[in-house]
Ligand binder design. Structure first.
Ligand code: NAD
Length: 290
């Protein structure tokens, strides 16, 4: 396929490289000067968009996505797929989709989970909003870049699935870290705590697959000095998007709100920026009930 790729950063770079490696004709553009193996470099987003069967965007936020969409939609061929894989607010995803549809394009919002490791390995999970037809048209690209793609309903539903998932993740990580810090103060051995919880009703991905306590459970960023992994500031971004969506939809999400506030405090006032999101555990260790 003839693919245009806009946003060749930590995620977009390896995703574009995997598509090129699989034999697709990929042209890329990024405002930073980056070279990606197998990807032809274009001078502008418009140049990438014209003539492409599929344009993929992997950009930092909704405002940038909207600006890029305004620029590329008029340049895209009718019937082409506009596949946005960035994590953005549900509202921006729906506005861009409407604009693309009005121009005769097939829009899909398809945020991912799996991080930079998954992007490099081609094992991402895609949560997709859009039509059956659009999904089918790019299914083979999802299969190159990832291991799973789920069609979640109409435009915006991919972003909705992503922020609901990550709201659960933020809340369970905090709960797991709190519980370890409490167990320490109660004299409960961390390995014993893990052995019980990971096989009892308190289990979760945060405990079982990404244990925040070093030396316990499978290898995780805790075993690497809390180098990310999934950085605390990216978790904060997703928790903010979840609260923005909850406010717009009038949904009561007190735990999601508390998680957002705690990650904001951690990232902005407690040197959490640049650390993995599981570094909430050393944060709790140093604190008392106050
Ligand atoms: P990044 O900052 O490494 O990459 C974004 C790229 O977009 C940068 O290279 C930047 O130069 C480029 N860019 C910015 N404005 C542009 C424009 N107008 N035109 C063209 N290029 C432009 O970020 P990332 O980690 O690759 O994340 C990309 C998206 O994926 C974000 O929405 C993020 O929330 C999401 N995401 C990231 C991860 C992760 O672990 N990094 C995991 C899941 C989802």
């Amino acid at each position: 396929m003839k693919i245009g790729f806009i946003g060749l950063g930590n995620m977009g770079g390896p995703m574009a490289a995997n598509l090129a490696k699989a034999g697709h004709e990929v042209t890329g553009f990024d405002t930073a000067d980056v070279e990606i193996e197998g990807v032809a470099k274009a001078g502008s987003a418009t140049e990438v968009a014209s003539g492409a069967q599929v344009v993929i965007t992997m950009l930092p936020n909704g405002a940038i996505l909207r600006a890029v969409a305004d620029e590329i939609i008029p340049a895209m061929e009718k019937g082409a797929v506009f596949l946005d894989c960035s994590t953005v607010d549900v509202e921006s995803a729906r506005v861009v989709a409407e604009q693309a549809q009005a121009a005769g394009l097939e829009p899909l919002d398809a945020p991912v989970s799996g991080g930079v490791t998954g992007a490099a390995a081609g094992t991402l999970t895609f949560m997709v909003g859009g039509s059956d037809m659009g999904f089918a048209a790019v299914k083979e690209l999802f299969d190159v870049m990832g291991q799973k793609a789920v069609l979640c309903g109409p435009s915006g539903n991919g972003q909705a699935a992503k922020i609901c998932n990550n709201m659960i993740l933020g809340v369970t990580m905090i709960a797991t870290c709190e519980a370890f810090a409490l167990a320490d103060k109660l004299g409960l051995d961390r390995q014993a705590m893990f052995d019980v919880v990971s096989t009892s009703s308190g289990y979760s991905w945060s405990m079982n697959a990404y244990c925040p306590a070093p030396g316990i459970g499978p290898k995780s960023p805790a075993d690497n000095g809390y180098q990310p992994g999934f950085a605390a500031e990216l978790m904060l971004k997703d928790l903010r998007l979840a609260q923005q969506a909850a406010e717009a939809a009038d949904a009561d999400t007190p735990m999601g709100q508390a998680a957002r506030d705690l990650y904001a405090q951690f990232v902005e006032n407690e040197d959490g920026s640049g650390r993995d999101f599981s570094a909430m555990l050393p944060r709790f260790e140093t604190r008392s009930r106050g």
